[in-house]
Design a protein around this ligand. Structure first.
Ligand code: M6R
Length: 617
């Protein structure tokens, strides 16, 4: 959601904070702000509606003035994006500054109490309430130290937060706290970094502490990192981890956008997802997470897959895979719906949570509920050590590498790869998938990275040309059957989120039950029609569209004749087993969405109103 950066050390805090905010801008980008300790140990604040570049325009005079500071890039929750609502927020006495990611749910009650005590508020945010609550605790007992006041305040609020707070009278000190939103502390030589993820400090240190849920820390050069529990102030020994992230991974590497870079990384990311897990020569899938708990899966009444957005689409394909090969019943749920509909869950259920970021609040809340009810929780996350990865009983990382473009691409194909491995592994283990078919399928899966590479080579220019014809489209339909129905949903989501063109995905056969009414010569319809998978039925659907003069963009296998003959545009992809076809078919759909958005002048990596990880429910 929002991005947090903090620094104390010997370098220019302005540069560290601004560069860090640029790396975190994918998390939220409707406003940005910075606060630095100036030469007199006073706080200098600049903030504005807009992007980090807009912040730089108004804050360059702060360069070189401080060795301690913090900054924020925002995705609005309480209060519209505006200069006033941007972070940092200052307390009424102007001495305390706060930046915050998350939501304080009881802010209104606290605000009323503080107003009664004479506090005033400049913004509509929940965050300003928290910083004034800290001041309040210091006001009512002047003996109260700043970190203690932060702790008192955090004990009064509920919701989700990652915060960093500075106090004018405590130079060089940063106080941080976390509940439900991530926060990493980078440990350098005579310097400390704070950030929502490690990307802002990766070139300075490889050592980091990931603050745990319900913990806070006071950080200063003098005293190091003092971690405490928020509820009872117990001291916690810091667990320092070595970062695996490299600078190269978080830069654009010559591509115009992260999204394009990430689309092109897919041969490697899918390969990395399988690396060390799929050993074709030995005819095995080695997945410790599954193998150590295989009996749980084998004896499960059912598997419930919980996710949001693109990850939910991956979950739908997971359902097809697991039911087809492992013959275990699967239900796929939107995390946000599951959480609030009093679902029936027992200790015989296995819940699989899929999340690229591992921070999605809806998914997290649903998992907590399932856990409380005794289900076994398995996580499929991309971000190592993320909140969801931490609360699961077991899991598999997708190893797709950092995904920075807000539109998920390589994380999706990596999720499909993991789900394929799980389904084949379970199916072979429980005897539903015989050895010969297992061997055939794992060889095919092993060949997928090469097929993605081929698709990138053959469809990159083609999708650009097709995109040019649809710059002014206002609606799109995406159709597919079987495994490619969720791929159609995902294709539509990609287009709508980055180009702002309205797009709907449907199972192709459902078209005649309603959406067909929309079809005329102005309606572009993307139809995924590989040879394996209800091809004859799809041919009939294409005929129905043709008869109504819809503009058909068909994704077909190489050498296809029937659908191609009726289509206005043909995108060829190599043949695979039906179960893996969404991995390959998604790639040209990602490119098509990308180029339509680029030609419409949209901000592809940071689409309006969105954020990369949605840490509010
Ligand atoms: O990090 P997660 O996978 O949990 O995120 C879930 C959705 O917010 C995410 O997939 C979203 O739909 C993307 N913007 C899709 O491109």
């Amino acid at each position: 959601m929002c991005g947090i950066v903090g620094y104390t050390g010997f370098q220019d805090a302005y540069n560290i904070v601004i560069n860090g905010l640029r790396r975190l801008e994918y998390r939220g980008y409707d406003s940005a702000g910075i606060v630095l300790e100036n030469v007199n140990d006073k706080l200098s604040v600049e903030k504005t509606k807009g992007k980090v570049d807009d912040l730089v325009d108004i804050s360059e005079q702060l360069k070189g003035i401080a060795k301690t500071g913090m900054g924020h890039t925002r995705w609005a929750t309480h209060g519209v994006p505006s200069d006033r609502n941007s972070h940092p927020h200052l307390s009424n006495n102007g001495k305390i500054a706060i930046i915050h990611n998350g939501i304080i749910e009881n802010y209104d009650t606290i605000k009323t109490m503080l107003k009664e005590k004479g506090f005033t508020f400049k913004s509509e945010t929940d965050t300003e309430v928290l910083v004034n609550l800290i001041q309040y605790f210091m006001d009512i007992n002047p003996e109260t130290e700043f970190p203690t006041a932060v702790r008192y305040a955090l004990n009064e609020v509920y919701g989700a937060y990652a915060i960093t707070v500075m106090h004018e009278d405590y130079p060089g000190v940063l106080v941080v706290g976390r509940l439900g939103s991530p926060l990493a502390i980078g440990i350098g030589e005579k310097e400390y970094f704070i950030a929502s993820d490690a990307s802002p400090f990766v070139e300075f240190t490889k050592e980091a502490i990931y603050l745990e849920e319900g913990h806070m820390a006071t950080i200063s050069l003098e005293k190091g990192v003092d971690i405490r529990t928020i509820n009872d102030n117990s001291k916690i020994e810091a667990e320092i981890q070595e970062l695996k992230l490299s600078l190269e991974q978080i830069e654009k590497g010559g591509y115009e956008h992260f999204m394009l870079k990430e689309i092109f990384e897919q041969p490697k990311s899918v390969h990395d997802t399988m690396r060390g897990r799929l050993i074709v020569d030995e005819g095995v899938i080695k997945m410790a997470g599954i193998w150590d708990h295989v009996e749980k899966f084998k004896n499960a009444n059912r598997i419930i897959i919980i996710a949001c957005g693109t990850s939910w689409h991956a979950g739908l394909i997971g359902e097809y895979l697991i039911e087809e090969y492992a013959r275990i019943p699967v239900e796929v749920e939107y995390a946000s719906e599951f959480r609030y509909r009093n679902p029936i869950i027992t200790d015989k259920d296995v819940v699989i949570a899929i999340s690229q970021s591992g921070e999605t609040a809806d998914t997290m809340a649903a998992l907590k509920l399932a856990k409380e009810k005794g289900a076994f929780i398995y996580g499929i996350c991309n971000v190592v050590d993320s909140s969801i990865a931490r609360i699961t009983d077991a899991g598999s990382y997708t190893h797709a590498g950092p995904e920075i473009g807000v539109a998920s691409t390589k994380a999706f194909t990596a999720q499909l790869t993991i789900l394929s491995l799980i389904a084949l592994k379970l199916g072979n283990h429980n005897g539903n998938l015989g050895n010969a078919e297992f061997m055939r399928l794992i060889s095919e899966l092993d060949a997928i990275p090469k097929k993605i590479e081929e698709v990138l080579n053959t469809t990159h220019e083609l999708t650009q040309n097709i995109a040019k014809d649809f710059i002014s489209a206002t609606n799109f339909l995406y159709l597919g059957r079987g495994y490619n129905y969720p791929a159609a949903l995902e294709g539509a989501l990609k287009l709508k989120e980055i180009s702002y063109i309205h797009a709907e995905g449907y199972p192709a056969a459902e078209m005649k039950h309603g959406p067909i009414a929309l079809i005329d010569e102005n309606m572009p319809i993307v139809i995924i029609a590989p040879k394996k998978g209800h091809y004859d039925k799809i041919v009939s659907n294409v005929q129905e569209i043709k008869a109504r003069k819809g503009k058909i963009i068909a994704v077909v296998n190489k050498g296809d004749t029937q659908v191609s003959a009726m289509a206005d545009y043909v995108i060829e992809i190599p043949e695979t087993s039906e179960c893996f076809s969404p991995i390959v078919a998604s790639v040209p759909l990602q490119l098509l969405a990308y180029y339509i958005a680029v030609y419409r002048g949209a901000n592809v990596d940071q689409p309006r109103n969105l954020a990369k990880s949605v840490t509010v429910e």
